[in-house]
Design a protein around this ligand. Structure first.
Ligand SMILES: C[S@@+](CC[C@H](N)C(=O)[O-])C[C@H]1O[C@@H](n2cnc3c(N)ncnc32)[C@H](O)[C@@H]1O
Length: 208
């Protein structure tokens, strides 16, 4: 059977290891990304992260949605009572889709492979869904989450199960705890791309 377009793009994303290639991939995927991932592959990470955010994050503070993409998580957060949501992403084309939804207060470009260009200790709550995994954002980039977060601020992140198996995410998480940057509030495996038989580790971190 022919591979659907979403699965082909997903496999390309897993194979890409550079920023220019990632930008090109998402520039060409933005128009059909939502349907390709949800209908095509059963993507549910944005719903799982939103449920965890509703349980573990403060709805009364602005939430920064990192790698917000087309904004599917922003929509889910809004439906669960979060009123102020900002978004950052590498791809201008994905950000344009998020902008059109009207659920984000501010949107901008950011490359998660570099130290974030965000004021230290300024972020009160954070979500990051669908980006830590087998492709360009790996375990070595988890540490970038720490500097912008306020003491006591919480982050809900997903780690694609394929990436979790193949790369030392567990060691990187342990290093965050050992170095006194975060403590773990929650962890659990749940569905991610069920039609592709891929699950994810979902983690809630709290900044020291
Ligand atoms: C699989 S999509 C997930 C989007 C959204 N969070 C969701 O759950 O639907 C991955 C997103 O990460 C973005 N991305 C890829 N590499 C990135 C990087 N280095 N820095 C920031 N965002 C990046 C892509 O542009 C894309 O929007």
């Amino acid at each position: 059977m022919a591979e659907n377009k979403g699965a082909a793009n997903k496999n390309q994303a897993y194979a890409i290891s550079d920023i220019a290639g990632t930008r090109r991939l998402y520039a060409g995927w933005a128009d059909t990304y939502d349907a390709d991932t949800t209908e095509g592959m059963g993507y549910v990470a944005h719903e799982v992260v939103a449920d965890l955010a509703a349980e573990f994050l403060d709805k009364g503070v602005p939430v920064l949605d990192l790698a917000c993409g087309t904004g599917m998580l922003g929509t889910e957060l809004r439906q669960r009572g979060f009123s102020t949501i900002d978004g950052l992403d590498l791809s201008p084309e994905m950000l344009a889709k998020a902008e059109a939804l009207g659920v984000y207060r501010k949107l901008g470009e950011l490359d998660m492979t570099q130290a974030y260009d965000i004021e230290d200790a300024s972020v009160a709550a954070l979500t990051c869904c669908g980006i830590f995994g087998p492709s360009v954002i790996g375990p070595e980039h988890l540490v970038h989450l720490a500097p912008p977060m306020k003491s006591g601020a919480r982050a809900v992140i997903s780690i694609n199960g394929k990436g979790y198996e193949e790369r030392p995410f567990e060691d990187a998480l342990e290093a965050l705890f050992d170095d006194g940057l975060f403590r773990e509030i929650y962890r659990g495996f749940n569905d991610y791309l069920p039609k592709e038989d891929i699950d994810a580790l979902y983690v809630v971190l709290e900044r020291f």
